[in-house]
Write a protein that binds this ligand. Sequence first.
Ligand code: ZN
Length: 156
Amino acid sequence: MVEMARRMLPEGVLFEALCETGVCLPDAVQLLTPCTLGNGRIHVAHVGRYALALYDKTTGEGARVFVDAKKLAAWPEIHGWFLKLKPKAEQDSDRLLAEIEGAGTGLLGARRIAVDINRITKMKIGPVRLCPKCGEAYPASDGGLCGGCLGRLPYA
Ligand SMILES: [Zn+2]
């Protein structure tokens, strides 16, 4: 999926990635491109679609690649697995992997898109202050106490 989207971008363009799910896809983008969650060049929109877009960081122009549900019928094991039609115990993992390898990019769809870069949330921390309760630094925009002291963390 990453390679297919990348091939639709002009050579040498500085690009970012938008993943439409946090499941698996950000890992692939991090392994195969210079974009990482840590450097802020991967954005995750949690809409749960198995799709990603790579786009020019400046113009927003790029390509979106997705699993095309209309093409899945040709690969019954992938079809059952991807749409969760079969319990895991009934899945044939050897056959599934063979189908995935055989399908290659054949089960994907791709089209050109333009990302509205004004709607991309930037990782800007802004001014920092020390929390009066725990003494640790946190973004001042969060308010009078840090998120940890406001009970936003799952520590028991
Ligand atoms: Zn605190």
